[in-house]
Design a protein around this ligand. Structure first.
Ligand code: MTE
Length: 300
């Protein structure tokens, strides 16, 4: 994100990073993928499947923002290739009736959907990614948020041995993010455990990451180990780093420029010409009601 302006203006960026080969992906077996739903027109109207050309797997897995491994998008895949994601558990705690710790194998048994979403990075590039995952609401309903819970805080693993760039102070670790509870419960908000029909590769946030398609990509926190239901808005990594540049909401909005660059247009990775950025990244029909009455310039 620090080199965002440069990235946003470099036409051949995606091609540059094709030089690295994606690591072999483990193919989920048995019912892990047996219950993936086929895209239907119903799924398109809910925003679950955009009918746009998919970004190449090679680009999705070799052009990454994952500062725990590298700040160089083209090096994340190689730096993360030996990342060990088993055993792994996710604890869900705070203002809930039934706090719990969920092993990754348990989470992998949740009925999985394929969701073809646009991902719009705050830096000005975008992709279309076929995720495999399940609605975050399914997990939250199990722990039963209590009546005081208004926000969900998310935390990435902190383990500088396994995530070597955490030995630097490029960001405050661990990476943290947050959503309002109604955003977290929205059917478009998923926890992804795979993409392109395969297990999530380390560089894309293995073994489990958040995907919130109407918000800038940095809200979609990777390699999650903890969620906490809270009454107050939780601190988030990028808004703590630069509060005037990255807001808590960070809804994709072409009319609200980043202080250092416009957000009106974007470059789809794999394409050369720019395209218009859509309000809420094209998901306005599904999510605009969450923000009715809110000044989106103030709550950027
Ligand atoms: N999560 C963690 N833990 N660390 C990160 O550096 N980068 C974010 C987000 N999640 C990031 C993260 C940013 S800026 C973006 S654009 C997306 O991940 C990129 O996801 P991708 O590499 O799978 O495309």
């Amino acid at each position: 994100m620090r080199g965002a302006a440069l990235a946003a203006t470099t036409a051949a960026t995606a091609l540059l990073y094709r030089k690295l080969n994606p690591p072999p992906l483990e193919t989920p077996k048995g019912d892990k993928l047996g219950n993936v739903s086929k895209p239907s027109s119903e799924s398109a109207s809910k925003g679950f499947t955009v009918r746009e050309k998919l970004t190449a797997l090679e680009d999705i897995t070799n052009y990454n923002n994952f500062y725990e491994f590298s700040t160089d998008k083209g090096s994340v895949a190689s730096e993360a290739r030996n990342f060990v994601t088993k055993p792994w558990s996710v604890s869900v705690e705070g203002l809930v009736n039934k706090p719990g710790t969920f092993e990754i194998d348990e989470l992998a048994k949740f009925p999985l959907d394929e969701r073809v979403y646009r991902l719009r990075c705050v830096e000005g590039w975008s992709m279309v990614i076929p995720w495999i995952g399940f609605p975050l609401s399914k997990l939250l309903n199990i722990v039963e948020p209590n009546s005081q819970a208004r926000y969900v805080a998310f935390q990435t693993l902190y383990d500088p041995k396994r995530m070597p760039n955490q030995q630097t102070s490029v960001l405050d670790w661990p990476y943290v993010e947050g959503l309002r509870l109604d955003e977290a419960m929205h059917p478009l908000t998923i926890l992804a455990t795979g993409l392109y029909g395969k297990t999530l590769p380390p560089q894309d946030g293995a073994p489990i990451r958040l995907v919130v398609p109407w918000k800038y990509g940095f809200k979609s926190i990777k390699s999650i180990v903890k969620m906490r239901l809270m009454a107050e808005e939780p601190p988030t990594t990028w808004s703590s780093y630069a509060p005037n540049e990255y807001g808590f909401y960070s809804n994709v909005n072409p009319s609200v420029p980043h202080p250092r660059w416009s957000q009106a247009r974007e470059r789809r990775i794999g394409e050369f010409s720019m395209r218009d950025t859509l309000l809420f990244n094209g998901y306005a029909e599904q999510v605009a009601h969450l923000y009715s009455g809110m000044d989106l310039r103030r709550y950027f």
